[in-house]
Design a protein around this ligand. Structure first.
Ligand SMILES: C[S@@+](CC[C@H](N)C(=O)[O-])C[C@H]1O[C@@H](n2cnc3c(N)ncnc32)[C@H](O)[C@@H]1O
Length: 457
């Protein structure tokens, strides 16, 4: 038998500010008993019915609204007075008669049988309360006042509902504002342009992660991998998450992204535009921010670990070292529109992004510029990510090696002192890519590389 609660304990409990635990309950198929067919009983019965419960109303008389539901066989009416036998097989009870003493008796009977009971006339005795709800799309707002004032709960619910619909309307108005005036107005949201690092989720900065968690819309680059936001523990129930999966980032695509960010911002949403590496290192971050500024959208840049440096450090290559390399050039093999870049300024090391597909041309250019064919060179594919691979050798042979090993984009080419020595044999020995790292270390490529480095030393 469930233990009874003494009146003194009940009194104490009923004064506790957070007495009611607010839960969502799936009552589909539950047999629920509503005792009392008046206005309140009818309302509770209809609510339970709308949520899929099998409702039995026990009462000598019922409201006309309920009568219709009975005729349509949506609920069952047991005409007559309450008796305990009615509780058989019941999972939830509502005591809603006009007789407060009877309601209490029903509640005690239910309590004795372990059935939760909502007592409409006695807030101290009730175990269950119905919340004032409002549902919009897939979100439900539930308001209650710890049983103190259902009217106040309904008022607050209505206020929230009005605020929500005004918000949506004003968003629509804002889009009109932007299209007519070209600028976002006062209640505009904000766009965070976030550098997420080369791809390992744990290389996102704390500031970046905080902004991503706050965002209503997260748009992230393909290079980061589809499961990137999952690895960050982002719950897509709370924010809309878009992965820029297939396809090249052509002008139409970039413009589509820009407009998606703008549309979200004008409707007052916070956007996290999560970009590979650092947004301002060959990342088109400048174009995105210029577009948003033009439309008056507030933006914030959150720097990230650029693959140009982070991929190399992560793999144990020092971009500069006191005695061996004091200058570095970071460039891209491709110019805007995909044309070949043939300018590689001289430095102790040259790091080339987007070189796969034009590797032969880059190597020829560097050799023509006077780099020795024996210059140490390394290519790292998918740096810091699961499945990271590297190919190392001399400049003259790197293109052939890359082909032999089917090196694919994204990959970094590093030429010069940076590639002359590998300081550690792997990244952090953490959970991240231990398997990938082992593969790399055991691969023929890496063994060859280590031999070559020994020779150089
Ligand atoms: C469009 S650029 C973006 C660079 C980015 N903003 C940054 O700071 O790293 C893309 C190029 O970065 C390089 N890249 C990005 N992530 C990489 C990774 N995890 N491993 C190797 N190269 C990477 C590749 O050269 C790739 O083609």
């Amino acid at each position: 038998m469930p233990s009874r609660i003494s009146p003194t304990t009940r009194k104490k409990i009923s004064k506790r500010p957070g007495r009611f635990l607010t839960l969502g309950l799936d009552v589909t198929g539950w047999r629920c008993l509503v005792v009392g067919g008046g206005r309140i009983g009818a309302r509770k019965a209809m609510t339970l019915m709308e949520h899929g419960a099998k409702v039995v109303v026990c009462s000598p008389r019922i409201e006309p609204g309920l009568r219709k539901a009975v005729q349509e066989q949506k609920l069952v009416w047991k005409q007559g007075e309450y008796n305990r036998a009615r509780l058989r097989g019941v999972r939830l009870v509502v005591a809603a008669t006009h007789d407060a003493a009877l309601n209490l008796r029903i509640s005690e009977d239910a309590e004795a049988r372990g059935i939760p009971c909502c007592v409409v006339s006695a807030k101290r005795q009730t175990r269950v309360l119905f919340t004032a709800t409002h549902t919009r799309d897939d979100v439900t707002i539930a308001v209650h006042s710890q049983g103190r004032s259902p009217r106040r709960s309904a008022e607050v619910r209505d206020r929230i509902a009005r605020w929500l619909s005004a918000d949506v309307e004003s968003s629509a108005a804002h889009i009109d504002d932007v299209t007519s005036s070209g600028r976002c107005k006062a209640t505009c949201g904000k766009v965070y342009i976030i550098g997420a690092g080369p791809g390992a989720a744990d290389l996102v900065t704390v500031r970046g992660l905080q902004a991503i968690r706050r965002a209503d819309l997260v748009i992230y680059d393909r290079i980061l991998g589809r499961d990137f936001t999952e690895q960050l523990g982002l719950d897509s129930k709370y924010s809309q998450v878009e992965w820029l999966g297939a396809g090249r980032m052509g002008p139409a695509r970039q413009s589509d992204i820009n407009h998606r960010m703008l549309a979200a911002a004008v409707s007052g949403r916070t956007v996290a535009r999560v970009k590979n590496g650092d947004p301002f290192v060959f990342g088109r971050g400048t174009e995105e921010i210029e577009f948003l500024h033009k439309h008056g959208v507030p933006c914030e840049i959150i720097p990230g670990v650029s693959s140009a440096l982070g991929v190399l450090s992560g793999a144990g290559y020092a971009v500069t070292a006191r005695e061996r390399g004091r200058s570095v050039v970071i460039t891209s093999a491709q110019l805007a529109g995909g044309a070949f870049n043939d300018q590689y300024p001289k430095a102790d090391s040259v790091i080339v992004l987007m070189a796969i597909g034009m590797l032969g041309k880059v190597v020829d250019r560097l050799l023509a510029d006077g780099w020795s064919p024996d210059t140490p060179t390394v290519i790292i594919e998918r740096g810091t990510q699961a499945g990271e691979r590297e190919v190392a050798g001399r400049l003259r042979q790197i293109n052939v090696q890359a082909k032999e090993h089917d090196i694919e984009s994204p990959a970094i080419l590093a030429v010069g002192t940076v590639a002359a020595r590998k300081y550690v044999s792997g990244g952090p020995t953490g959970r991240r890519s231990a398997v990938g790292r082992e593969e790399v270390l055991n691969s023929r490529v890496t063994r060859q590389h280590l031999r070559m480095l020994e020779e150089l030393d």
